[in-house]
Structure formats: structure tokens, C-alpha cells
Design a binder for this molecule. Structure first.
Ligand code: FE2
Ligand code: FE2
Length: 175
């Protein structure tokens, strides 16, 4: 989306919002068939979302903190807990319950990032004339090495713990 004439450019917001939409479409196509998860689409979604989280965790949040003289954003800790929960949900084989959980978390999480006064708008404002440079760094974020799915009891215990710490409850049997 291009900004209108009298609107301020917001390169970081535009780029990362578009990435959210792209990832939503991938997840949508992964669950397009009621009886199975499309593994190809899910694999693209998983790799894309891990890279997106990496952009925010390793580039955007640290840049925001630096631009605020070392003071982290108030929403940073909540966003980091969500990222941990989402990344952990991407480890096991995707089930209906896991996908529903990811979707639920992402819905509110993305709203916090995209909304007025949210992470992206704040970062565009903080970066000001440096926004294009920051965007270039974000765009250069490396692909993430994605490990095979794992469903061991240790993974599932970790999943429950990480979700709980982030304020979510995972009920495999409810869906
Ligand atoms: Fe995020
Ligand atoms: Fe995001």
C-alpha cells in the first residue's frame, strides 16, 4: 500500500503488515481442506513466521530500545512472550488444536503491532529519517533454519509451560 500524498511515509508498518497478510494467506491455504493440513503451505507459513519473529526480536525491538535511549518499549515484554509461545507452537506436528491456538494468539498479537500507537507505528515514528535504513536491515534478515517437527513429551511439556507463562492455556481436547 502506498501512502497518500499528505500522509507520512511509514515504510516499516507497510512492510511488516504486508508480511502479516502474506502469512495469514499461507495459514489459510494450509487449512483449506477440512480433513488434512497442507504440509507444503504449512512449511512455508512456519518458515515465514519464524523469520518474521526474528525480524522483530533481533532487529526491530532492539532498534526501538536504542532509539529510546536504552529504554525498551512497554509492549516489548508482552510481544516477546507471545513470540516465544508462537515459536514453540510451531515445533510439534500441526493439529487442528495447535493451528487454532496459533491463529488465536496471532489475531491479538498482530493487532497490537499494527494498531494505532502499536509497535510498527511507534517504530516508524522513532526511526524518522532512519526508517528506510531500518527497513533495509529488516528486509535483509536471514532465512531461519527450520527443524523437523517434534512431538516428544519434553516438547509438549515445554509448550504447555511457555504458553502458560505468556498467559495462554492450551487444551488439546477442546477443539
Ligand atoms: Fe510479532
Ligand atoms: Fe509481526
Amino acid at each position: 500500500m502506498r501512502p497518500r500524498e499528505n500522509e507520512q511515509a511509514r515504510p516499516i508498518t507497510d512492510f511488516l503488515m504486508e508480511d502479516h497478510r502474506r502469512l495469514e494467506m499461507l495459514l489459510q491455504s494450509a487449512v483449506a481442506h477440512a480433513d488434512h493440513v497442507d504440509q507444503g503451505a504449512y512449511a512455508q507459513f512456519r518458515a515465514g513466521l519464524l523469520r518474521h519473529i526474528g525480524m522483530e526480536e533481533k532487529i526491530l525491538l532492539p532498534a526501538a530500545q536504542r532509539l529510546r535511549g536504552g529504554e525498551p518499549l512497554l509492549i516489548a515484554s508482552k510481544l516477546r512472550l507471545d513470540h516465544g509461545a508462537i515459536a514453540t507452537l510451531l515445533i510439534p506436528t500441526p493439529t487442528v488444536a495447535i493451528i487454532a491456538m496459533i491463529r488465536g494468539i496471532l489475531k491479538d498479537h498482530n493487532t497490537i503491532e499494527e494498531g494505532p500507537g502499536g509497535l510498527y507505528e511507534t517504530c516508524d515514528e522513532l526511526a524518522g529519517s532512519e526508517a528506510a535504513k531500518l527497513l533495509a536491515k529488516i528486509q535483509a534478515a536471514p532465512e531461519v533454519t527450520v527443524l523437523p517437527h517434534s512431538d516428544t513429551p519434553t516438547v509438549m511439556n515445554t509448550l504447555h509451560r511457555v504458553l502458560e507463562r505468556a498467559g495462554y492455556t492450551f487444551r488439546e481436547d477442546e477443539i
